[in-house]
Design a protein around this ligand. Structure first.
Ligand SMILES: [Ca+2]
Ligand SMILES: [Ca+2]
Length: 188
């Protein structure tokens, strides 16, 4: 009898343990299903983050193109439209800046290293022929004229100054007709 009781108890215990194994298996299956469900959510979140970053970058560049191309901490930017010298000056002033004043060799080198095309700077002899003045009315002390310039060439009404990066870094200014259309360097 004792032996029969022993086997009877063992059978019962085995029956009881089956649901437990089942539930463990179900738990693992659910975990696997859960992992599979998380994968697409993670991918979607990744794509959303990527789109957000792309949106922010595009917005930045859109804003920068409206402002002009920013150059960094010095508050310098180049206008993105071809305009006469006076219109270019207005473009800068509309953005809280003015045409650039270049009064040191260091600044001349710095600007020349950035510029890739001919641009207006804030120098002219519009008021008095032959007397160059910066846009803040300060006199011209240090000069970086290209060879033979300023020459008031042709019709003798070259009163506005451009910087031509194709010339030597320290000799690249030229007087030009103010009505010529060029981009400009603005400075805040
Ligand atoms: Ca002139
Ligand atoms: Ca000239």
């Amino acid at each position: 009898m004792e032996l029969e009781d022993f086997y009877e108890n063992k059978r019962r215990n085995n029956k009881n343990s089956e649901p437990q194994r089942c539930s463990q298996n179900e738990g693992r299956a659910q975990n696997r299903r859960g992992s599979r469900c998380l994968m697409p959510i993670t991918v979607c979140l990744g794509i959303l983050c990527l789109l957000l970053i792309v949106g922010i970058v595009l917005q930045y560049f859109h804003g920068a193109s409206k402002r002009g191309h920013l150059w960094g901490p010095d508050g310098l930017f180049i206008s993105n439209e071809l305009k006469s010298w006076s219109e270019s000056r207005q473009y800068c002033r509309d953005r809280g800046a003015d045409l650039i004043i270049i009064n040191t060799e260091e600044k001349q080198r710095f600007i020349s290293s950035f510029i890739k095309e001919r641009v207006w700077i804030g120098l002219s002899d519009i008021e008095n022929e032959g007397i160059m003045k910066w846009v803040d009315n300060s006199p011209l002390n240090q000069v970086f004229w290209a060879e033979g310039e300023p020459n008031n060439y042709g019709s003798r009404d070259e009163d506005c100054i451009e910087l031509n990066p194709d010339k030597h870094t320290l000799n690249n200014w030229n007087d030009l007709k103010c009505s010529d259309k060029k981009k400009a360097i603005c400075e805040k």
